[in-house]
Design a protein. Sequence first.
Length: 64
Amino acid sequence: MNQPPLEKMLQVSRSKYALVVIAAKRARQIAEAGIGLIQEKGTKPVTIALHEIAGGRIKFKFKS
């Protein structure tokens, strides 16, 4: 499973930097729990997190 296109993920997030923070937090959650919303064997938590974000499965809010 390769990573989703950056353009698709930037439609969900404000910037690349916000995307990195969101993906890192979600990847930590996946690594601790051992399971993500997408079931794929041998895939790293960061890749799973990026696919969840690109697929709209993760909801998040920005603080103003």
